[in-house]
Design a protein around this ligand. Structure first.
Ligand code: 4G0
Length: 182
């Protein structure tokens, strides 16, 4: 599911060691033989939730991998979070390490969220089956803000210029196409 980050500009950033993405499978931290990481809702109700223990153990493993210093930020990809903005993307691009927690089903037991998560981020007001695609989107948006990732960095960094690019139409050759002039 995370293979998209290895394509195109983010793929080249990974090859050039400007960016590293290291997925950790929470199922590997299950204690039983079946790899059980989910359970039914406490007190009843439909749906499944991800359990505290496998997530907490996976988070510890991620922190250990993120060099000796602790990861600077743990972000939970959740439709309940604040919607991602370019300003937030720029802020996140200043962190050396980010742990992205991706839940499935109805999300994650709130106690482990309270224990490990610094910030809850959404990519938009809709629900997906898991947080991995939102994580890929956050990774892509942050990656393009890192020095050396974009071939023409003058096209990004200052926001006024970015707004200019978003607001006006742009053209390339040929100067007439399907009867439409540049
Ligand atoms: C946490 C993020 C995670 C809670 C994740 C679902 C959309 C987004 C998940 C839930 C996600 C987003 C409460 C259903 C996993 N879907 N918009 N799915 N609930 O960023």
């Amino acid at each position: 599911i995370m293979s998209c980050v290895h394509t195109s500009i983010t793929g080249r950033a990974i090859d050039n060691e400007l960016l590293a993405v290291d997925p950790i499978n929470i199922r590997d931290f299950a204690l039983d033989a079946y790899g059980k990481v989910d359970d039914s809702l406490y007190g009843g109700g439909h749906g499944m939730l991800m359990m505290c223990q496998p997530i907490y153990d996976a988070w510890h493993a991620a922190q250990k991998k993120a060099s000796k210093e602790p990861a600077l930020r743990t972000i939970y990809m959740s439709p309940k979070g604040r919607v991602l903005t370019q300003q937030k993307v720029i802020e996140l691009s200043t962190y050396k390490h980010i742990i992205l927690l991706c839940g499935h089903y109805e999300g994650v037991d709130q106690r482990v969220v309270d224990e490990i998560v610094d910030e809850e981020i959404s990519i938009g007001d809709y629900v997906l089956t898991g947080g991995e695609l939102p994580a890929c989107i956050l990774i892509d948006a942050v990656a393009r803000m890192l020095r050396g990732v974009l071939p023409h960095p003058e096209a990004i960094d200052d926001e006024s210029h970015m707004h200019g690019l978003l607001e006006s139409a742009h053209y390339t050759r040929p100067d007439v196409w399907h009867g439409r002039r540049v």
